[in-house]
Design a protein around this ligand. Structure first.
Ligand code: GDD
Ligand code: MN
Length: 389
């Protein structure tokens, strides 16, 4: 370590990237009508101010890669296409592959449909250098920026709502980022920890800001222009992906997961009560109706927990195995609560109300721990190997 102290003192000077140290990563999906124009715009505005190279990460089913290669001949900088046979993670997955492959000190991510002005690339990097930032976001929501190119009131409202929701869920980590939905940003390579990123769909900046947590963030205004050709690939399905992505990010820690588990559990009262009402209206006696209606709540909870909390931990058991275990735990919870309350009141002299509250909390924690351990914890390799012997 000490050997390196001396050179480290001069690091500041070394850290200013050599001119030419920006890799522009462009994710593309069927953008053959746009990429030539994009490369032309980059040629006009970037290399004279900041030498660059461009890396397309392509999942196209059209001839985008060929068009890029063809257009690259006229470019005074290196252009590469990384075509993926399997489009893992969609747009976000493509960007992460680009981040992994890039070798420059700075990486700028921008769309391939000319909605992002390449003339801003040198400014993003310069701002990052000046502010000593790890991440520089091109924002539509700071003075001088605009979202002119968001097609229609519906997209504007969705984008607004998504921004608000993300900021509300991550007030600290998104502090200083007015536009966490932006697809245009610069990152310092040392600030990216590609291995911790689990991108899901469009919102890669959100993923980066929350999981990689760059030490210092800066913003530059930009005007989100109209798409040059073709249509946005964002769909309602992307919207659901975004919600799942948010849930995944928010419940990455065990405590947050427990809170999520509790909220989902509480929401289960609704199908439970509606079911009870429907069954009794249909003439069922209230006791069997209680038991049956409880299963509606269980099914509801199971669906939400699977989709939002344990999405990436489902692979090691079949769905009916997970459902069976989950339902067993949920019903055991009911059965356990009554004797527990009796014990707290009878043995420990508690009042019925605090005893019930305490029993609720205790069985809730037990159920959460049980669900993690018995339904979603990957089985240990060792035990399987032993069984195999
Ligand atoms: N490699 C790859 N794989 N690229 C993709 C994929 C994919 O599955 N899906 C979309 N892209 C590329 C598109 O070809 C385009 O270059 C870029 O990602 C953005 O896609 P659009 O379909 O044009 O997205 P948008 O304009 O609706 O959304 C943009 O603006 C949003 C802000 O409102 C994106 O930048 C979003 O990330 C951003 O949130
Ligand atoms: Mn677009």
């Amino acid at each position: 370590m000490s050997e390196y102290t001396a050179p480290a003192q001069g690091l500041d000077a070394v850290e200013v990237p050599e001119p030419g140290a920006v890799t522009i990563v462009v994710p593309t999906f069927n953008e053959s009508a746009n990429v030539r124009r994009l490369l032309h715009q980059i040629t006009e505005s970037v290399p004279a101010r900041l030498p660059c190279e461009v890396l397309f990460v392509d999942d196209s089913t059209d001839d985008t890669p060929e068009v890029v290669r063809e257009a690259a001949r006229d470019c005074p900088f290196p252009v590469a296409v990384l075509h993926r046979e399997e489009p893992v993670g969609g747009l976000g997955g493509a960007v992460v592959e680009g981040l992994r492959a890039a070798t420059s000190e700075w990486i700028v991510v921008m769309d391939g449909d000319c909605q992002h002005p390449p003339s801003l690339v040198p400014e993003l990097v310069a701002t990052g250098e000046r502010a000593n930032a790890g991440l520089v976001v091109a924002s539509r929501y700071v003075e001088g920026g605009s979202r002119a190119g968001l097609a229609g009131g519906y997209r504007v409202a969705v984008s607004r709502g998504a921004t608000w929701l993300a900021k509300a869920l991550f007030p600290r980590r998104l502090h200083g980022i007015s536009d966490p939905m932006s697809g245009f940003f610069a990152v310092r390579r040392s600030a990216v920890t590609a291995d911790v990123l689990k991108p899901l769909g469009y919102k890669i900046l959100l993923e980066l800001a929350v999981r990689s947590r760059p030490r210092q963030v800066a913003e530059v205004p930009f005007v989100f222009r109209d798409r040059f050709a073709g249509e946005s690939k964002s769909t309602a399905r992307e919207g659901f992906r975004f919600l799942r992505h948010l849930a995944g990010l928010r419940t990455a820690s065990p405590v947050a997961r427990m809170v999520g588990f509790g909220l989902i559990g509480a929401s289960g009262f609704v199908p439970n009560l509606v079911g009870l009402w429907a069954l009794t209206v249909l003439g069922m006696h209230y006791l069997p109706a209680e038991i049956l209606a409880n299963q509606f709540g269980v099914a509801w909870n199971f669906l939400l927990i699977e989709q939002l909390l344990f999405r990436d931990r489902r692979a090691h058991r079949r769905w009916w195995d997970r459902l069976g275990r989950f339902a067993l735990l949920a019903n055991a919870d009911l059965l356990l609560r009554i004797p527990l309350i009796a014990l707290l009141v009878g043995r420990f002299g508690m009042g019925a109300l605090p005893a019930t509250a305490l029993a609720l909390v205790m069985t809730f924690v037990l159920r959460f721990v049980g669900t993690e351990a018995l339904v979603y914890l990957p089985r240990r390799r060792g035990s399987r190997a032993r069984r195999a012997v």
